[in-house]
Design a protein around this ligand. Structure first.
Ligand code: GAL
Ligand code: CA
Length: 341
């Protein structure tokens, strides 16, 4: 009798659980992407935190790889919309293509949080009231990296290999037209000229996916190039890299050539911190992908639930027309790298 009762109880419990699951449409579903899983920072830092934090928040996160193809991302967004997601969290492939994505979201009346690649078209954030941006202040990384390089340059007179008082540098840029790549390039070099130090760009290399392998090949060729002017001897004296992923390639190349030059990155990836400890990288700048991922989901969840966009969080949305939450960068040197490991 007892056994039968137990059996019936278990049966009903199971039934109730299944029924709950089927009618539980309170779960918020977010359609998200990474512009390419081939990007060290986006795939190695931002994606894992999006996945972990979504679980913590009880969000159902549907995340896809856009394979560095904006056309593919457009289709993925159509699919998310057709599936009726509650919000979109989108990492543009092409920062100039924001309008297409914003208009899709607007037509479908689905809130949209863009993250990591800021829209470059002026005024485009105003066409839809339910679109926001989560990222950084692009210029800030360049300013911080520039300050580190200037103070190290001033402390190490022997870095001026030809003694002409100028910094002969090469620069690994990242994606042309990407606000981070453009602003970092300008600001890091400007730090020298602002400090009254002359600079000479020997070469600059762009790479749409901020890629380690490309940077390695580029550095291989830079290290074997002859930079001398007719009568002036010139060598590479500084390697500026707009992210750590490309710096890794350059360091590998320098190790192979047995020529270690001063080199700086951005992102503060785990491997970069180890390299600072090993004396292979002079500095980097923390790009706080963990907090960018959290802000992205906090905003998306709030708006999907009909709350105020920053309700229950410490995020601040700028009211300067950018509708952006900007997470701060932090300088990372051999003095403090251990704090970030
Ligand atoms: C930057 C980051 C780069 C790359 C890029 C992709 O913020 O520093 O390493 O991930 O975003 O958009
Ligand atoms: Ca020099």
């Amino acid at each position: 009798m007892k056994k039968l009762f137990l059996l019936i109880a278990v049966f009903f419990l199971g039934f109730v659980l299944i029924a709950c699951e089927e009618t539980d449409d309170d779960t918020i579903t977010i359609g998200a992407n990474i512009y390419t899983y081939g990007d060290n920072f986006m795939n190695g830092v931002v994606r894992p935190e999006l996945e972990r934090y979504a679980e913590e928040l009880g969000i159902e996160l549907d995340i896809v790889d856009s394979e560095n193809d904006q056309g593919k991302l457009n289709d993925q967004v159509d699919t998310f919309i057709a599936r009726g997601v509650d919000a979109l969290a989108i990492n543009l492939v092409d920062p100039a293509a924001a309008r297409t994505i914003i208009e899709k979201a607007q037509t479908a009346d689905i809130p949209l949080v863009l993250f990591n690649k800021e829209a470059t078209e002026e005024g485009v954030m105003d066409i839809y009231d339910a679109v926001w941006y989560v990222g950084t202040d692009s210029a800030e990384a360049g300013v911080i990296q520039g300050q580190m390089m200037v103070s190290d340059w001033e402390a190490n007179p022997d870095w001026d290999l030809n003694g002409d008082g100028k910094v002969q540098y090469v620069l690994l840029k990242g994606e042309p037209g990407h606000p981070d790549a453009e602003a970092r390039t300008l600001e890091s070099v400007k730090a020298f000229t602002d400090a009254g130090i002359e600079v000479e760009e020997l070469a600059l290399q762009a790479s749409t996916t901020w890629n380690t392998g490309d940077a390695k090949n580029t550095m291989d060729s830079w290290l074997t190039a002859d930079w001398d002017d007719d009568d002036v001897e010139k060598d590479i004296e500084l390697v500026i890299s707009n992210n750590d992923g490309m710096a890794f390639g350059a360091v590998t190349s320098m190790k192979e050539a047995d020529t270690m030059l001063p080199i700086y990155g951005v992102d503060a990836l785990a491997q970069a911190l180890d390299m600072i400890g090993a004396g292979e990288l002079n500095g980097t700048v923390l790009n706080d992908g963990v907090n960018q991922a959290r802000a992205t989901l906090d905003l998306a969840l709030n708006v999907a639930q009909g709350n105020d966009i920053t309700e229950g969080t410490d995020w601040v949305v700028r009211d300067d027309g950018t509708k952006a939450v900007r997470v701060a960068y932090v300088a990372v040197t051999e003095e403090n790298y251990e704090d970030f490991q």
